[in-house]
Ligand binder design. Structure first.
Ligand code: PLP
Length: 443
């Protein structure tokens, strides 16, 4: 069994350990929720203060030119690109994940419909079968993040498509001739399970299906190779593993082969080829800036830009491959310690296989613990300064204790202390205390 001393030695040998000093973390807290809201990089408060006082307060409107405000979404996109295997000029940091998903999913539907129109036109059958083509189904996972499903549902209603929800093991068999678009999260927010992006994308393309990947729980956490996987579209989050702060701008990526082929529906002036010409007619930009809409939150973009400096530092220490190695070591250690200290009390929801695991570990209580205790266990841990989170289950899915392991700022000692805290919460039956019980907490 690995001792606390062993963990401290591993920390001593951890070449990524200096990165922790680039963050402001509350004293005594073990923060295992960086998959929901990343921690604050220490340089961000000063950067934000500077943008507010100097760029806004002093230079005012001139900052659009002198501070490069207009290009900021592109420049921040260029800094995200290497983290997701995309090229320079292919990513834009803008809007929210939900809004970006609406844009790229709409574009994917446009491409499918255009391809059918073109094929129909070539066969001389255009119009003879009405306006509906044969591929009018979006496939996604039932356990995908709800906003992704809501956006897909709304868009399906608007466009006369169907949304079909499947289980993770049904992805390959779901790709029938009626399917136009497959929309998946690379790493599942609930289970921490990771899909084989290259394998699924290849299978989808072989079946004539476009793929939209959501990278919210991947970007900055696991290596992503969009270009190598030949993906079509991707979106992702700025406030999780990229540490851009609450409501940080999200990002969008479109494969260069698609980017100029169709309009996206939120065709605001920032997506225009010449926004400052102020012409009445719309003319889309030919590159990824087509996926912007209107004026962007410069202060939030600046915070995200500054937060990405952490990854510049991480690059000097081995970059994403080194971060991935440490992330797997941290999650392996947590699994090993929980199974040793809390035998039979939890079932592991996250896959054990490295190739199928994101950067989090999810547990569900077994029947050896009182029914419905997951919420109270998480609350008891938070009271001890060990911050994970709880995700309620339903008929299809169990209640989940979710622990995110950000390799940028977590140590092996943190993992050992978290597992020990969990063991003590169970041993002392802290979850039975009324203050950690949901009903009491609400009243
Ligand atoms: C966090 C997350 C989102 C968040 O979307 P917002 O528009 O930022 O609220 C969307 N999708 C997935 C898969 C997520 O994990």
């Amino acid at each position: 069994m690995i001792s606390l001393q062993d963990c401290r030695s591993r920390d001593g040998a951890d070449t990524l350990a200096p990165l922790r000093h680039l963050f402001n973390l509350p004293e005594g807290m073990i923060y295992l929720d960086g998959n929901s809201l990343g921690a604050l990089p220490s340089a961000v408060p000063h950067r934000v203060a500077q943008v507010v006082a100097e760029q806004w307060g002093r230079d005012l409107i001139g900052s659009w030119n002198t501070a490069g405000w207009f290009d900021l979404p592109r420049r921040v996109g260029d800094r995200i690109a290497p983290l997701i295997g995309a090229g320079a000029g292919e990513v834009v940091a803008t809007d929210t994940t939900s809004v970006n998903l609406y844009k790229v999913l709409s574009a994917a539907l446009n491409l499918v419909e255009q391809a059918e129109d073109e094929a129909g036109g070539a066969r001389g059958t255009r119009g003879t079968r009405g306006t509906r083509g044969t591929r009018r189904t979006i496939v996604s996972e039932r356990s995908n993040f709800p906003t992704d499903l809501y956006i897909a549902e709304a868009l399906s209603r608007e466009r006369g498509w169907n949304l079909r929800l499947i289980e993770p093991h049904e992805v390959h068999t779901s790709l029938g001739p009626e399917v136009g678009v497959l929309m998946l999260s690379h790493v599942n927010y609930r289970s921490g399970a990771m899909h084989d992006m290259a394998g699924i994308t290849a299978a989808a393309h072989a079946a004539g299906v476009l793929v939209v990947w959501d990278l919210c729980h991947s970007a900055g956490a696991v290596p992503v190779e969009l270009t190598q996987a030949d993906a079509d579209f991707a979106v992702g989050c700025g406030y999780k593993y990229l540490n851009g702060g609450p409501g940080a701008p999200a990002f969008a990526w479109v494969h260069p082969r698609h980017v100029a082929r169709c309009w996206q529906p939120l065709a605001g002036w920032w997506s225009h080829a010449r926004p400052f010409a102020f012409t009445p007619g719309y003319e889309p930009a030919m590159d990824i800036t087509r996926y912007q809409c209107g004026t962007q939150p410069i202060i939030s973009l600046s915070a995200l830009d500054c937060a990405l400096d952490v990854f510049t530092e991480a690059d000097k220490l081995g970059g994403m491959p080194a971060l991935r190695t440490k992330s797997l070591a941290l999650t392996d250690l947590f699994i090993e310690l929980v199974e040793a200290h809390c035998p039979g009390q939890f079932e592991l929801v996250t896959p054990r296989e490295h190739a199928q695991r994101g950067s989090q570990v999810c547990l569900t209580p077994t029947h050896s613990l009182p029914a419905g205790c997951a919420y109270a266990i998480v609350q008891a841990l938070i009271a001890r300064g060990i911050v994970g989170d709880f995700r309620a289950g339903d008929a299809q899915q169990p209640d989940i204790l979710r622990f995110g392991f950000t390799p940028l700022y977590l140590s092996y000692e943190n993992v050992a202390m978290a597992a020990q805290g969990l063991q003590e919460v169970l041993a002392n039956e802290e979850y039975a205390q009324p203050r950690f019980n949901r009903k009491q907490a609400v009243t």
